[in-house]
Design a protein around this ligand. Structure first.
Ligand code: AP5
Ligand code: MG
Length: 213
């Protein structure tokens, strides 16, 4: 099963993608997490990506596409995956499509998690992310068992650099200009499914389970 998560920054793509990965036994592939791991390790890719991420801009397609295609070519992705944060532009979607077509394959579902802009900024300021495994929490809605510590791996939780309100505004603008057109792109392919992302994360997941079966 090959799934794409669509939705604004902070819509809950990562939260839902992790639940899908766990239930359906497929890898969760997040380009944002890959970039953040590279930033943490000080790689050349991380240094380059950080310039864009800190401003709320997209990392150029040339860098992003190669990383994603390499990742999904790994053996653990053979039976499917859930993509979170990719594609984010029409050219990215086209490259993915062509790569899948060459394998006689295609995306099964593009799940659009719908949350209005008004809710987003508030959510982001409460988000805490694990520096090590990428798990996400929310200080009010989805708190960790122990403040500042990841439930899953015991490492430190941080506020992401790009979750400052002014950067979130930029990310929203970039989303509307460059990523939202993907909703029509996947709609035209007949694989688009939309869920309400404003309800509790367990309810959002129940709606997704009803789609995936
Ligand atoms: P990325 O890491 O993908 O960030 P994003 O799309 O901005 O999305 P977020 O991770 O911020 O939000 P999310 O939808 O995953 O929400 P979450 O589940 O955490 O990308 C970061 C940057 O990397 C980009 O800006 C770009 O620069 C670069 N990049 C990445 N991919 C790229 C690509 N393909 N091309 C170019 N550049 C790329 O939830 C948010 C918060 O809400 C959390 O605190 C969570 O606990 C809480 N929450 C979740 N669900 C609910 C709920 N139902 N109710 C209440 N709270 C909830
Ligand atoms: Mg995310």
């Amino acid at each position: 099963m090959k799934i794409i998560m669509l939705g604004a920054p902070g819509a809950g793509k990562g939260t839902q993608a992790k639940m899908i990965a766990e239930k359906y036994g497929i890898p969760h592939v997040s380009t944002g997490d890959i970039f953040r791991a590279n930033i943490k390790n000080g790689t050349a890719l991380g240094i380059e990506a950080k310039k864009y991420m800190d401003q709320g801009l997209l990392v150029p397609d040339e860098l992003t596409v190669k990383i994603l295609l390499d990742r999904v070519a790994q053996p653990d992705c053979a039976d499917g995956y859930v993509l979170d944060g990719f594609p984010r532009t029409i050219p990215q979607a086209q490259v993915l499509d062509e790569a899948l077509e060459e394998l006689g394959d295609a995306i099964d579902y593009a799940i659009n998690v719908e949350v209005p802009d008004e809710n987003i900024v508030k959510r982001m300021s409460g988000r805490r992310a694990c520096v090590s495994c990428g798990a996400t929490y929310h200080v009010e809605h989805i708190p960790p068992r122990e403040e500042g510590i990841c439930d899953k791996c015991g490492k430190e939780l941080i506020l992401r650099d790009d979750d400052k309100p002014e950067t979130v505004q930029n990310r929203l603008q970039v989303y509307h200009e460059q990523t939202q057109p993907l909703i029509d792109f996947y709609g035209a392919k007949g694989v688009l499914k939309t869920v309400d992302g404003t309800v509790d994360s367990k309810e959002v997941f129940a709606a997704i389970e009803a789609i995936l079966g």
